[in-house]
Design a protein. Structure first.
Length: 268
């Protein structure tokens, strides 16, 4: 019976799927691949002399770009306001990610020795197996300093620690769960750490910075090598961090750097 199926039969079948059943191009492309595989196998084992699916062409299908939206500023503030009172560690993590756009894996692997609160910079091992630097301003430095003075003595140099008694590294999975639980607690939509990164890009763009400036601030790989030729860009990213902080905390930005600068203390 298999050898009775012709190329025309397969074309009619795919036409029926598209017109009669409303199958989308993405699924039709998969169907075409299945048919070629099946009849190719039939030919290989001797059930048929020649596969009727050889000449089948897959319908053109272009994967639509995935749209990842950032978190509304009002929801970012809800997260910050809650964690600032409830958990110095979680507050520092969230503010650091919301200001820098650092990816969750790199955030979880941040080492105390790679954190410079006086200069406002963090050296992290990022996606693509590369070291990159994220700058931040006084508000973020103050939150990090406040956590570090309370950080338990652990047998590792990671900035973030899990619960006692061992205080192991607080890994990316823990940060994701913390954010998920926080969204449930505050009755917010489910947000992911990657959406926090997108929020950074959106806030920077809303301050009328160029695409190049946004990409530089987020350490996109294709522009990373150019940063050494544009030191003024690094200074601009510091300004951007301050603009993000002033967007999240407009009432605090008016106070300037007075109290926050005094709270920055390097843990030695």
């Amino acid at each position: 019976m298999v050898d009775a199926i012709s190329y025309e039969d397969l074309v009619r079948f795919l036409g029926y799927c598209k017109q009669g059943r409303g199958v989308q191009a993405r699924t039709l492309k998969a169907y075409t691949g299945y048919l070629r595989s099946f009849f190719g196998w039939c030919e290989a084992v001797g059930y048929i002399d020649r596969s009727p699916a050889r000449a089948l062409t897959s319908p053109k299908y272009i994967e639509p770009p995935k749209t990842v939206l950032g978190v509304p500023v009002a929801h970012l503030r809800q997260m910050l306001d809650f964690t600032e009172q409830a958990s110095p560690r979680n507050y520092a993590i969230l503010l650091f990610m919301m200001v820098t756009g650092c990816r969750v894996s790199a955030t979880s692997n941040l080492l105390c020795g790679n954190l410079d609160l006086q200069q406002g910079s963090a050296l992290v091992f990022e996606k693509g197996q590369r070291w990159v630097t994220y700058e931040f301003d006084e508000l973020t430095a103050g939150a990090l300093s406040n956590w570090l003075v309370q950080r338990p003595n652990a047998k590792h140099d990671y900035v973030w620690t899990g619960p006692g008694p061992k205080y192991v590294q607080f890994r990316a999975t823990g940060i994701r769960k913390m954010l998920s639980d926080l969204c449930v607690r505050l009755r917010l939509p489910h947000y992911t750490p990657h959406q926090l990164r997108h929020s950074v890009g959106e806030i920077i763009a809303n301050h009328d910075h160029s695409e190049l400036a946004v990409a530089t601030a987020l350490n996109h790989k294709n522009l990373q090598s150019a940063r050494i030729y544009m030191p003024q860009r690094i200074q601009r990213t510091r300004v951007m961090r301050r603009e993000i902080e002033s967007t999240l905390y407009p009432e605090r930005a008016a106070k300037g750097k007075t109290e926050l600068q005094e709270t920055v203390a390097v843990k030695t």
